[in-house]
Design a protein. Structure first.
Ligand SMILES: CC(C)(COP(=O)(O)OP(=O)(O)OC[C@H]1O[C@@H](n2cnc3c(N)ncnc32)[C@H](O)[C@@H]1OP(=O)(O)O)[C@@H](O)C(=O)NCCC(=O)NCCS
Length: 185
């Protein structure tokens, strides 16, 4: 993490988050300050274009060819939506590479007394870093984050194959309320 990095949201927001307040269980234990040797959990930075963030997303789905200009324009757009986009990454600081990521989007509502709902999106850990609790860390940290930001619940959708993964992290297919529909445009 460089001194001059421009973050999508304030890194201070993450500082006091406690993974014990997450439904994900860690064995061995990890914490925000000690996520693993050489690893750092932090907000997405504009400089992550050079640290392989888009290549990492390419391990999740199709990303396309995104120029530096297009990256900056989208980054600025997201940042301008204050208190909404919390793209959170894990960096291997030795290699200066982004190796894991998960996004929390905070949706503001009128219902539930102007409530907020958190939405988990774009969860990915780079292939050679998998199986080290980093996915659990990236998703797990979003729970106390969402709570801190005033969300009353967090939702996500996933493939059948990923159901076991997310139920293991505390997510529940609620009875009669777990359909996810899609209209491709
Ligand atoms: C899914 C993904 C993020 C998991 O990351 P990871 O760092 O390997 O996961 P973790 O090490 O935190 O795994 C935690 C637990 O989930 C289990 N797990 C991992 N992948 C799983 C899968 N696909 N299905 C079911 N369980 C899985 C692990 O065995 C581990 O179990 P344990 O705690 O009992 O030992 C990673 O495999 C990935 O990036 N996959 C490709 C992208 C993707 O599918 N993203 C999710 C889109 S919805």
């Amino acid at each position: 993490m460089g001194l001059a990095d421009e973050y999508l949201y304030s890194p201070d927001v993450l500082l006091d988050l406690n993974l014990d307040n997450s439904s994900a269980k860690f064995n061995p234990k990890v914490s925000m300050l000690n996520p693993g040797e050489g690893l750092k959990v932090r907000p997405l930075a504009k400089e992550d274009y050079e640290r392989g963030f888009l290549q990492l997303l390419g391990e999740l789905t199709s990303v396309g060819d995104i120029s530096r200009e297009a990256w900056e324009a989208r980054f600025d757009d997201l940042k301008a939506c204050k208190n909404t986009y919390y793209i959170t990454v894990i960096e291997d600081t030795l290699l200066k590479k982004v190796i894991g990521a998960a996004t929390l989007v905070v949706e503001k509502k009128f219902i539930h007394a102007c409530g907020r709902v958190g939405r988990v999106e774009d969860v990915v850990v780079s292939n050679e870093y998998r199986g080290k609790q980093l996915g659990k860390l990236a998703v797990g940290i979003l729970q106390p984050l969402a709570k801190k930001l005033g969300c009353y619940k967090v939702t996500l959708n996933c493939t059948d194959a990923m159901m076991a993964y997310y139920t293991g992290l505390g997510y529940v297919a609620e009875k009669e309320n777990a359909n996810f529909l899609c209209l491709r445009l």
